[in-house]
Design a protein around this ligand. Structure first.
Ligand code: ZN
Length: 171
């Protein structure tokens, strides 16, 4: 069981990214570590909350299509920001805060980056995830004192024993 990340609007793109459930947790961990570091605007914070709360209540159903993201008329800057988050993750931002070593994620992030590059967003009129130009509730942006990540709806994902290894890995 796993999760499929797609870019359906892009027929000539590099295809899908399919991740195991464990791989999906890692994917969202590293994107949250990167995103909490660089997000500033409401839209950017809402995107990072998607990662922070990703795959928490939805094991095996956390994949999404790039077209589902609530892009606005500012989509060029929004796409630029998503690429910046991915690049920050590829730079291993905050990985010292992980209690595991993620061996496969760099290749998966690079593939996802290719998908985003090939994807041309279109503004979404009535996005089912809401209007991301509206600032998230302040409580969602409260940061975990240990990991500096958004608490989101589900709490800091690096503090969640259901998705993190219990024992620290020796380095
Ligand atoms: Zn934490």
């Amino acid at each position: 069981m796993g999760n499929r990340f797609t870019a359906y609007a892009e027929s000539a793109g590099p295809g899908d990214l399919y991740l195991s459930n464990g791989g999906t947790d890692v994917f969202f961990d590293v994107l949250t570590l990167a995103g909490c570091h660089v997000a500033e605007t409401p839209w950017q914070q809402n995107l990072v909350l998607l990662f922070a709360d990703g795959h928490r209540y939805s094991q095996g159903f956390a994949g999404f299509d790039l077209g589902e993201i609530p892009w606005t008329v500012d989509w060029p800057a929004e796409k630029e920001f998503l690429l910046r988050v991915i690049d920050t993750a590829l730079g291993r931002h905050g990985w010292h805060r992980l209690r595991y070593d993620p061996p496969a994620i760099a290749g998966q992030l690079a593939r996802y980056r290719e998908m985003v590059v090939a994807f041309t967003p279109a503004p979404v009129d009535a996005p089912r995830w809401g209007d991301w130009r509206t600032a998230p509730a302040p409580a969602l942006l409260t940061r975990c004192p240990e990991h500096d990540l958004y608490e989101g709806e589900a709490g800091c994902r690096l503090c969640d024993p259901s998705i993190q290894p219990i024992e620290p890995i020796e380095h």
